[in-house]
Unconditional design. Structure first.
Length: 173
């Protein structure tokens, strides 16, 4: 699944929209291998859809290579709820440190990772923007494809990190 998503995003990043263009891009780039200096695919993922700043690094064998998070709960309790500008500011203050914490755990440097993924929806716009801008800047700096991730779809498919075979309910409900 990671390979399929990465191939689609790679094609978009490279401007390969039609099947004919994708075939040409595949021949020219070997899909995502052009972005990876290792034999496996490794994705650096960023999540800032609400009030927690989180980063995870996973490979195509479903191994979690690094992860870190910063909770804003204490601050939001103080002010009586999640206030979007406060959440945004806290993401901005903490995202670089969270990234460093995740990278410290990972045996692979960011330069050797395949792609940068980031939550783009749904969520609080101000919070999402912090994560997106951080991801965009990393992707540009390291010449990596940027993969937009739907927050709820990620929750629904996260079970596949642990269980390769998940029964489909399509057609039953």
């Amino acid at each position: 699944m990671i390979r399929q998503v990465l191939r689609r995003r790679c094609w978009v990043t490279l401007g390969c929209g039609s099947p004919h263009q994708r075939a040409q891009c595949s021949e020219q780039t070997g899909h995502l291998r052009v972005y990876s200096t290792t034999s496996r695919l490794i994705v650096f993922g960023i999540e800032t859809s609400c009030d927690d700043t989180a980063i995870g690094i996973v490979d195509d064998e479903r191994n979690i290579l690094g992860e870190a998070a910063h909770s804003q709960l204490a601050r939001h309790i103080e002010v009586g709820g999640i206030i979007p500008p406060i959440a945004r500011d806290m993401h901005a203050e903490n995202i670089a440190q969270v990234a460093q914490d995740a990278l410290k755990q990972c045996p692979v440097p960011l330069e050797e990772m395949t792609a940068i993924a980031v939550t783009t929806r749904p969520g609080m716009a101000l919070s999402l923007r912090v994560g997106f801008e951080f991801a965009r800047d990393l992707a540009r700096k390291h010449s990596k494809p940027l993969i937009p991730v739907h927050h709820m779809q990620a929750h629904a498919t996260a079970v596949r990190l642990k269980h390769r075979q998940v029964l489909s309910l399509r057609g039953i409900i």
